[in-house]
Ligand binder design. Structure first.
Ligand SMILES: [Zn+2]
Length: 632
């Protein structure tokens, strides 16, 4: 295929050659951009682990534990000999539950060990008072990727996917001591319970509204919804201090809780819990069970084979010791010069944001002042933290025990540590992402942005790239994250991370009117793998738009600004080749627009795009001035 002109298709113009040649690894759903960096980081750290495991030379006590876990996972022979037996106690505990009273007697154990319950309990930063923690209660997970799949309009997809799930369940249960008749019964019951849950839990679209998840309710009132589950007893043991409220993240689910879980559905629950628990732990049993247990998830993304044993061993260590590995990675692979350079870049983008807020046409002065205060107090978490959580010092990996047992102990220790936080002050210096993660985020409850070292690499960022290229890459991404402080969710939190509306009604109405134009810009676009839902992805598109606006603003102040390089690098960072199943899955569960649209739609809203490449009305990436949208 000939390379299209940049004026017609920026994405294909800069990535076409790579896309035509790239091969998606068998064990990955996609290649390119973010995933390429993630894959390279994985390779780099796997090499480190290989060497560390062989030499045993390690002063860092916590890395030593991570390496021990890695070694345990690598020992497939030992795991094959053990078979399913390490998990037998857990399965028996679930299987021998007699009735709801019996479950009530086991509740504390189930919460601490992470055994499946018809609800989930976590300790989270309290939205109304970000210095303290709240107890959050959630619904249970469903088998398919989202509760929307259970609605009539997705019946076709469900019909295709459910048999794949059942196939996995049959193969896994065949490894247990259940009789064949029981295996079939357990699956039938589990599916019936899954349907009950799916009726009331939220969809991804509903989760996109953070504030709607904050519903404080007096613990006695909550306990009444929970009956016959003894919530009062559970809270009393786990949180032996005075408090009044818990938080329902899914009120609809708890309003119908007694319909989902009662004496009649108890057996359905039990068989659902048995199957769910087995799927959860399958990767820590034999290699065959890891293959079976991951088959459904892989089918959803079109991934043919599971990650190699070595990759799995590294990934498991990385899952339990993420901050430890992140710190190791940051220290070893990220220089101080780059940290200084990136800090300056972020500060210049925050200044550009302040400037744009000051000049904003639809906000009142009082709202502008508060927005500028929020920008001025925003905390920056760049590259990697200087220390890891004290929790890691208390974790133990014992190579004389099975991999399963070690993972259960680590999981439990982490859960108990989380539960114990209730009643203490929130430590906002903690990072939401480890240094080796290729991602970035804004946390409204802390008013901070996190940019791990692993995303601070080419094509996003490099000290060797020009500043214009860096601004088209990481600059836009940084400004994107900052804009989340002012999107439909972030706008409801103040500079201290407290839920506290600082917008006037009129400003909010103006903002909402602007967002409609953004919904329209994307809604209904047809891609080879499906149609785009503009409403579902609007927050992220506004963030891309605001991100580009602020990053371009920094360019305006530069003597050597190269707008061509800026837009070309923007096109490059979204480069991705994915399995079609994965593209389809993302369309229904990801709040971001498909990469090709992120690359090609956002620039059309900015004058700089038209002047940089002399884009004319006859070009495909031309948008008439009246249709261009710039919100921030
Ligand atoms: Zn975002």
């Amino acid at each position: 295929m000939d390379t299209p002109r940049i004026q017609d298709d920026l994405y294909e113009h800069v990535n076409g050659e790579w896309l035509s040649k790239a091969v998606i690894p068998d064990d990955k759903p996609c290649a390119g951009g973010f995933s390429e960096l993630a894959r390279e980081g994985e390779e780099l750290l796997m090499k480190e682990f290989r060497e560390l495991a062989a030499s045993g030379n390690l002063d860092d006590a916590n890395m030593k534990k991570a390496v021990s876990l890695y070694r345990l996972c690598l020992d497939e022979k030992r795991r094959a000999e053990d078979g399913i037996s390490p998990a037998q106690d857990m399965l028996d505990t679930i299987d021998s539950l007699k009735d709801i009273d019996d479950l009530n007697a086991h509740l504390v154990q189930f919460v601490e060990e992470g055994y499946p319950l018809p609800f989930k309990m976590t300790v989270e930063t309290d939205f109304k008072d970000s210095s303290s923690y709240g107890i959050a209660l959630w619904g249970a997970p469903v088998f398919l990727p989202d509760s929307n799949y259970y609605k009539d309009e997705m019946a076709e997809q469900k019909k295709q996917l459910m048999p794949l799930f059942v196939g996995m369940a049959e193969k896994l249960l065949a490894k247990t001591k259940l009789s064949e008749a029981d295996q079939a019964l357990y699956i039938k019951d589990a599916l019936a319970f899954d349907e009950l849950i799916a009726k009331y839990v939220k969809s991804q679209e509903e989760w996109a509204d953070y504030v709607a998840a904050y519903n404080p309710i007096h613990k006695e009132k909550a306990a009444a919804f929970f009956k016959p589950v003894d919530l009062t007893g559970l809270l009393g043991v786990l949180f032996p201090i005075p408090f009044e409220n818990v938080i329902f993240t899914e009120p609809r689910y708890f309003e119908h809780f007694s319909e989902v879980f009662n004496e009649e559905t108890f057996t359905l629950y039990k068989h659902w819990a048995y199957l769910s628990a087995l799927i959860d732990v399958s990767s820590t049993l034999t290699e065959e069970m890891r293959d079976i247990g991951s088959s459904f998830g892989r089918a959803l993304s079109g991934v043919a084979v599971m990650p190699s044993l070595e990759k799995q061993s590294y990934n498991l260590a990385s899952f339990f010791f993420s901050d430890v590995i992140g710190l190791y990675y940051g220290r070893k692979f990220f220089g101080e010069a780059a940290k200084k350079d990136i800090t300056e870049l972020v500060q210049s983008i925050i200044e550009a944001w302040k400037d744009r807020v000051r000049k904003n046409a639809f906000l009142s002065d009082s709202t502008k002042d508060k927005a500028i205060l929020k920008l001025g107090t925003m905390k920056l978490k760049l590259a990697y933290p200087d220390k890891t959580d004290a929790l890691y010092d208390t974790l133990v990996v014992d190579e004389s025990l099975t991999l399963f047992k070690n993972c259960q102990r680590l999981k439990k220790a982490k859960k108990i540590d989380e539960l114990k936080k209730f009643g203490t002050k929130v430590d906002h210096s903690k990072w939401d992402m480890p240094g080796h993660m290729v991602n970035a985020c804004y946390n409204p409850a802390s008013n901070d942005i996190t940019f791990p070292a692993a995303i601070l690499q080419a094509p996003f960022y490099s000290i060797k790239q020009t500043r214009s290229e860096n601004l088209g890459g990481i600059g836009c991404v940084i400004a994107h994250e900052i804009s989340h402080a002012f999107d439909n969710n972030g706008a409801q939190f103040d500079e201290n991370g407290n839920l506290n509306n600082w917008w006037t009604d009129e400003d909010m109405a103006n903002f909402k009117a602007q967002t409609l134009a953004m919904v329209e810009q994307f809604d209904g676009i047809e891609l080879p793998w499906g149609k785009v839902n503009g409403e579902f992805i609007v927050s992220e598109n506004i963030a891309d738009n605001g991100g580009m606006a602020a990053s371009l603003q920094v360019m305006h102040g530069m003597k050597d600004a190269d707008y061509k390089a800026f837009f070309m690098n923007w096109g490059r960072i979204w480069c991705q080749k994915a399995k079609v199943e994965y593209d389809k899955l993302l369309l229904s569960i990801d709040v971001h627009a498909p990469h090709v649209l992120r690359a090609n739609i956002t620039p059309r809203n900015f004058n700089e795009w038209y002047t940089a490449f002399d884009v004319k009305e006859s070009d495909k990436m031309y948008l008439p001035p009246e249709k261009r949208v710039v919100i921030w």
